[in-house]
Design a protein around this ligand. Structure first.
Ligand SMILES: [Zn+2]
Length: 113
């Protein structure tokens, strides 16, 4: 039921933005979803359809933008895309790396009427 709560949080953010901007209707929700997030698009859509009922966000289109898995090297500071779980820094071959994006799920923007 992981997606149920993340979808509730997402809808919460959307409704707050919509209310603040005096929206009659939310037409589109632009989301950022990391390639390595545990959140499944289809589940978010499924729960969204249920919990957005009778809110201004009912019927809004969900648009997912996928982000790559990006890591940063602790030795030389360079940022690189992780391909096939290879976390070795391509610049200095260091192995002390930290994931900086690719696991997020958040609202990027909304479109309202
Ligand atoms: Zn490096």
């Amino acid at each position: 039921m992981h997606e149920m709560s993340v979808t509730e949080n997402m809808l919460d953010v959307v409704l707050r933005h919509a209310a603040r901007n005096g929206a009659d209707r939310v037409t589109r929700i632009n989301l950022v979803l990391g390639e390595f997030s545990t959140v499944m698009e289809a589940s978010v859509q499924f729960y969204f359809d249920i919990i957005s009922k009778d809110t201004v966000a009912e019927g809004a289109e969900l648009n997912f933008r996928k982000t790559k898995l990006i890591a940063s090297c602790s030795d030389c500071g360079s940022e690189f895309e992780v391909v096939e779980y290879d976390f070795t820094c391509p610049s200095c071959k260091g192995s002390e790396t930290e994931i900086i994006s690719g696991r997020e799920f958040q609202v990027e923007s909304i479109e309202i009427k």
